[in-house]
Design a protein around this ligand. Structure first.
Ligand code: ADP
Ligand code: ADP
Ligand code: MG
Ligand code: MG
Length: 603
């Protein structure tokens, strides 16, 4: 057996815990040597010697901050070790297979090594083959890959024969590199493929051409980064999470643009958490699995459909490997919660023909109401008034016409953009406690149903500013839902969240609506989340930034149908898994569904 012992040094607090990991270690007690001890090198924090550790799990259980993980892996796995960030740090086994002229989609949870693999494939990180105390060398990498399909790729890469273009995950960093210039200036400079006009049109960027880079929103920066990659002439294209910050319409635009404009002779890799997106764009899919933060592995490539189905089922046949205990499944809409509503028809909240004017923007929302214990979804493009509607509901804005009955209600609201600072507290646990002291009591139902289910129990001692994007999002969802309120509003809870967590978020939302018997409004762009958690759906349409029109809540099937119709896109359900899949434009099903007016096909 090979041992992987990892310590999350950010969570480790030897000054506070009394070091039970070291005191209770049976090796330390009975042998003349130590398996775990404090280390100068780690600034007084412990290190674990994997070759001496027997993986008894005592330190893992004793650590009050849950900073330690120890797992056993079959010995032969070590042969695939590609990179380790350091002593007791994350280990990466294997890489997605580079195959020319194919789009390889990469699917897997956060913290599993997808971005690390992208950096290795781009050449910006030379992997150390696990020898973290030596300078990494290209020769050793080539030696490692000799006789495999990877050799050819890395040989060309290290000889400088591959031109690489990478769309990085953290687009927020872009304005730091490009200090000034408009979208136009930046893109025209790099237009190596002479496709400037096509790309601008395909990504719907006409209206932001003159904007300065420093003024762009998250979604606009994402489109800039994607178009910059498309305009470059390269042999390798790497896209790390291209759908973050994009609304459903923009995701579809990006999807069609990549499909049409990527040069097909190249190596192309796309990492993303949007299953419908990957399903459509990828020819082949590699699945990343393991234990987040501890180790990650890449599967062989599967066809896109098979890869996604295996991933959802949680079992990889080629590897003969179970990657999750439960299956992620999609339920059909029509049998859903219209029944729930009929059972509990108590309206506890309503609004009447709302109109709101803001500078050049006008929002109109049809009258509607929310029932006790239901989840109301909201979909629509960016800048169409969704957040404005929510702000009217929470009483932050007064409507120019119409009214809401919200005045007497207590509301709890998670905004779209999340601050890393909450006044009066700094750790996850403190902040949760500050809004509801039950939230961090292990025997309270709030702890069980929200904090534990979202996996935030592990993070209670972490400072907000050390959380990853996905962790921060889950914290805010919990922070919003543990509060006592009569109505909850979650603006884009699936941003930065991986597929596994999308499912837990969807479940938590639904359970809390039922248990607290309050309505929860959810604005989101992710079909999976909407499919799973929403009882009724509102659709926002119009001209972004000018006029928005919000429909009354409708059944999910009807609402999605009208929404997809407005985008001229049809979606079918996979007969095996029930998951939604986008039809290729002008395919047989696309034409059939359009003729029948069934844009969202329910069979
Ligand atoms: P993913 O893209 O799948 O979310 P990453 O490749 O970004 O995952 O990270 C995988 C693991 O490696 C995470 O646990 C992360 O904390 C760790 N990690 C990433 N970069 C570094 C680094 N420079 N030093 C140490 N650990 C790192
Ligand atoms: P969404 O949430 O659908 O992305 P928003 O409701 O945030 O859209 O914004 C809709 C439009 O209203 C945007 O064009 C935005 O710039 C504008 N807007 C939002 N808030 C204000 C405000 N306080 N003053 C002026 N314009 C605003
Ligand atoms: Mg990543
Ligand atoms: Mg918004």
């Amino acid at each position: 057996m090979a041992r992987v012992a990892t310590i999350d040094y950010e969570m480790c607090r030897p000054d506070k815990c009394g070091i039970p990991c070291i005191r209770f270690c049976p090796i330390n007690k009975t042998k003349p040597y130590k398996a775990i001890e404090l280390s100068e090198e780690k600034k007084g924090k412990p290190i674990i010697y994997e070759e001496r550790c027997i993986a008894c799990g005592i330190c893992v259980k004793k650590c009050p901050y849950r900073a330690i993980s120890v797992v056993n892996l079959p010995e032969e796995v070590e042969e695939n070790l590609i990179h380790r960030y350091g002593q007791n740090a994350f280990k990466l086994y294997g890489l997605p297979m580079p195959i020319e002229s194919k789009i390889i989609g990469i699917l897997g949870p956060n913290g599993i090594g997808k971005s690390t693999a992208m950096k290795i494939l781009s050449g910006s990180l030379i992997p150390n083959i696990g020898q973290f105390d030596r300078e990494p060398s290209k020769e050793r990498v080539l030696e490692k890959f000799r006789g495999t399909i990877y050799y050819d790729y890395f040989n060309k890469l290290y000889q400088g024969q591959l031109r690489i273009v990478q769309k990085i995950q953290y687009i927020e960093l872009i304005p730091r590199y490009i200090k000034r210039g408009s979208v136009d200036e930046v893109l025209k400079q790099i237009d190596e493929r002479g496709m400037y006009r096509e790309v601008i049109d395909a990504l719907n960027m006409e209206s932001i051409r003159d904007k300065d880079i420093s003024m762009l929103s998250g979604g606009e920066l994402q489109k800039l980064a994607i178009s910059a990659a498309l305009l470059r002439d390269a042999n390798v294209y790497l896209f790390d999470e291209p759908t973050s910050f994009l609304d459903i319409r923009e995701r579809l635009n990006v999807l069609m643009a990549l499909d049409r404009l990527l040069p097909r002779g190249s190596y192309i890799f796309i990492v993303d958490h949007d299953l419908m997106f990957l399903d459509y764009i990828a020819d082949l899919i590699a699945i990343a699995f393991g234990i987040p933060g501890s180790y990650g592995m890449f599967s062989k490539v599967y066809t896109a459909k098979a890869g996604i189905d295996h991933y959802l089922k949680g079992f990889l046949p080629s590897e003969n490997m179970r990657i999750r205990n439960e299956e992620i499944s999609f339920r059909l809409h029509e049998a859903r919660e219209d029944r729930y509503i009929a059972k509990s028809s108590e309206v506890i909240f309503m609004w009447d023909n709302l109109v709101k004017r803001l500078d050049g923007f006008t929002l109109t929302v049809e009258s509607g109401q929310a029932y006790r214990g239901e989840v109301v979804g909201i979909v629509g493009p960016n800048a169409i008034g969704k957040t404005t509607f929510i702000r009217i509901l929470v009483g932050e804005l007064k409507p120019d016409a119409g009214y809401t009955t919200s005045i007497a209600f207590r509301m709890s609201y998670k905004p779209q953009y999340l601050e890393r600072v909450v006044e009066g507290c700094s750790s996850v646990g403190e902040c949760l406690k500050s809004v509801n002291s039950d939230a961090i009591k292990e025997d309270s139902w709030l702890y069980v149903e929200i904090v534990k289910r979202l996996g935030i129990d592990r993070l209670l001692s972490k400072e907000l500013d050390s959380l990853s994007g996905g962790e921060l999002q889950k914290f805010y969802i919990a922070y919003t839902l543990v509060r006592d309120a009569d109505i909850y509003l979650l603006d884009e809870p699936s941003s930065h969240i991986d597929v596994e967590d999308q499912l837990s978020v969807a479940r938590v939302i639904k359970r809390i609506a039922r248990l607290k018997k309050t309505p929860i409004f959810v604005i989101d762009h992710n079909f999976l989340l909407i499919d799973y958690s929403v009882d009724r759906l509102m659709v926002f349409n119009g001209i972004p930034g000018r006029e928005g029109y919000g429909s009354a809540p409708n059944s999910v099937a009807k609402a999605l149908n009208s929404f997809l119709k407005s985008m001229d896109v049809t979606v079918r359900r996979d007969p095996d898994s029930g998951r939604p899949r986008i039809n290729k434009p002008d395919s047989y099903l696309d034409r059939l569904q359009k003729t029948l007016g069934q844009y969202f096909y329910i069979e």
